[in-house]
Ligand binder design. Structure first.
Ligand SMILES: NC(=O)C1=CN([C@@H]2O[C@H](COP(=O)(O)OP(=O)(O)OC[C@H]3O[C@@H](n4cnc5c(N)ncnc54)[C@H](OP(=O)(O)O)[C@@H]3O)[C@@H](O)[C@H]2O)[C@@H](O)CC1
Ligand SMILES: Nc1ncnc2c1ncn2[C@@H]1O[C@H](COP(=O)(O)OP(=O)(O)O)[C@@H](O)[C@H]1O
Length: 275
């Protein structure tokens, strides 16, 4: 990677100030699924921590706590047994990822509703999208302009049936306008659209990313940048590009678990260019 090849969002990347402390660097939450479905949240949490959020906390149903606790170190854990407890755990967070293996069910809808009442930027992925398949307007009315939806093609079709016939760029642009949030339409050429009309097409994708869990890591990375108060559209562009760059650096044999560990080298290149 050369400095000339670096994309224009790099000027907006958050780097720690000399007087930084972990809370000032951004607090990210990731909602986990039940005890048998915790891996996706852990992947997202690790992506968010590696990209620079100062503090990452997994918020989990009580039955999942004993499964998650032995698998994490720097990542923190807060079980919640009610939506009131979820609100309390999330209200001091800067961004929250919800959806990876969360469950396609009413509790996921309810969790999303209560998270929307906090000030946190929401990154809604996977089951957080699919849970609103037959009622997308109910999801959209919860969202603010800095929230981010990260559908793959199948999830996009569930929320915006037929829209892809307009082509991926036009579809993403219209989806962002309808949702009133940033839309990241994932695929070989991921399209990122903002509700104000901004649009970007990522150009460094790699099919090594076509493996389970890579989208979960991406959601965590976007959340990690948003927690550091990077503009959500720019955060999504930056995370999508860094995610692919990390995958390219690894190449054959890549699994989702490998991505966070490749981020420091990608970040180091960007930091060196930052001067
Ligand atoms: N470590 C973990 O714990 C992991 C947990 N995970 C979690 O598992 C849960 C369920 O995941 P999932 O894969 O069953 O659901 P989903 O992706 O909706 O696929 C269902 C159908 O949708 C379609 N489809 C899928 N992708 C498509 C595409 N790109 N483009 C077009 N179509 C696409 C495809 O339909 P088909 O083409 O087969 O007809 C497919 O059969 C979810 O919570 C997730 O977060 C994962 O994140 C992995 C790591
Ligand atoms: N052929 C491909 N070329 C480039 N990127 C891909 C390709 N297939 C998948 N990806 C990327 O891999 C990630 C997969 O995310 P997703 O479908 O949500 O998977 P999961 O739910 O298993 O995490 C997305 O970032 C997507 O853009």
């Amino acid at each position: 990677m050369t400095v000339d090849a670096l994309p224009d969002w790099r000027a907006a990347l958050p780097w720690p100030a000399p007087d930084a402390h972990k809370h000032a660097r951004g607090r990210l939450g990731v909602v986990s699924g039940r005890a048998t479905q915790t891996g996706a949240a852990r992947l997202a949490a690790r992506g968010g921590l590696r990209i620079g959020a100062g503090l990452v906390r997994i918020l989990c149903p009580p039955d999942a706590a004993a499964v998650i606790a032995p698998t994490i170190e720097a990542i923190m854990l807060t079980p919640f047994g009610s939506i009131e407890a979820l609100f309390e755990a999330a209200e001091s967070l800067d961004a929250v990822v919800i959806g990876p293996a969360a469950g396609v069910n009413e509790p996921t809808q309810g969790n999303l509703r209560v998270l929307a009442e906090t000030g946190a930027v929401l990154v809604v992925d996977a089951d957080g999208l699919t849970a609103f398949e037959h009622r997308p307007a109910e999801l959209f009315e919860l969202l603010d302009r800095d929230d981010v939806l990260t559908p793959h093609t199948g999830e996009f079709e569930r929320l915006f049936p037929g829209l892809l016939e307009a082509g991926r760029e036009a579809a993403a642009r219209e989806a962002a306008a309808r949702a009133g949030a940033v839309v990241v339409l994932k695929g070989p050429e991921t399209v990122i659209a903002a509700p104000d009309g901004r649009l970007a097409v990522n150009d460094n994708g790699t099919p090594w990313l076509a493996t389970a869990g890579t989208g979960d890591v991406l959601a965590g990375m976007i959340g990690g940048l948003a927690a550091q108060r990077m503009d959500s559209f720019e955060a999504a562009r930056a995370a999508v590009w860094m995610h692919a760059e990390a995958a390219r650096a690894f190449g054959p044999g890549l699994i989702a678990e490998d991505l966070p560990g490749r981020l420091p080298a990608v970040l180091a290149s960007l930091y060196a260019a930052h001067g």
